[in-house]
Design a protein around this ligand. Sequence first.
Ligand code: SF4
Ligand code: MG
Length: 318
Amino acid sequence: RKKLVEIKNLKKHFVVGKDAVLKAVDGINFDIYEGETVGLVGESGCGKSTAGRTIIRLYDATEGQVVFGGKDIHSMNKEELKGFAKETQMIFQDPYASLNPRMTVGDIVGEGIDIHGLYKGKERMARIYELLEIVGLNKEHASRFPHEFSGGQRQRIGIARALAIEPKFIICDEPISALDVSIQAQVVNLLIKLQKEMGLTYLFIAHDLSMVKHISDRIAVMYLGHIMELTTSEELYNNPLHPYTQALLSAIPIPDPEIEKKRERVILEGDVPSPINPPQGCKFVGRCKYAMDICHQVTPEYKEVKPGHFVACHLMDQ
Ligand code: SF4
Ligand code: MG
């Protein structure tokens, strides 16, 4: 398979005070192949959204590279950046806040078409109607305003807006977290259907592992600016190797009471520590029940422990 995005030692730090640096993303490495979905999972504050935004250059990277279609996006010239902007889109978490309440749905969906000068007049309207139908809405909706729609419908509008410029790569930043559970599966299924039909590539950000399995080919688990584990969805659910992944998985309820009874639950205590003064060594050390002396001093190397299965944990050396 062909690599679409290569993320190499990517860092995004924010200066937040005189001597304080918030290391939101602190050296992440992974590739995204054409047509696949990579899930990016972690508790809130672990750097997932910042990673997503830096990967499509809504933020400039502090260090490292994002190679898209063979070119480093941070050294693209103006013309190349315009091309890159046309290939990438983002779907946001909050379908309430991310749609301009004063714009009609048609103009919201048509914004990218206008910016990139793709269609005008009748053709533009025809394209907007087509997009609304693709996401399960209809042309009557074009003249209405966002407040007239439910959360699930608004997220469909957000998806139509993202599709308008025919991107290759879409960052879905917790697109279902703000929606009713009953609506979540519908939106995920729509995203899967669109991916198949249009050959889209997704980075799908989520704060827990319950919904990502269904949509992701591979999953990266992030903690305090670092990737702790990355492998196929199958392997991650059946054979999680990082203690943090194991804890996240054990938080998902299992519908079968027999299995549920036998299962050992790992309770994650406390919150993610502040990325402003992260602990030395392994970032998970304060919450890990396997923590050893070395974990306090040395950051474990992120390495491939089995083909395609990457883990950053000192336990892998034993
Ligand atoms: Fe736990 Fe140590 Fe592994 Fe970190 S490196 S996850 S502290 S065992
Ligand atoms: Mg976020």
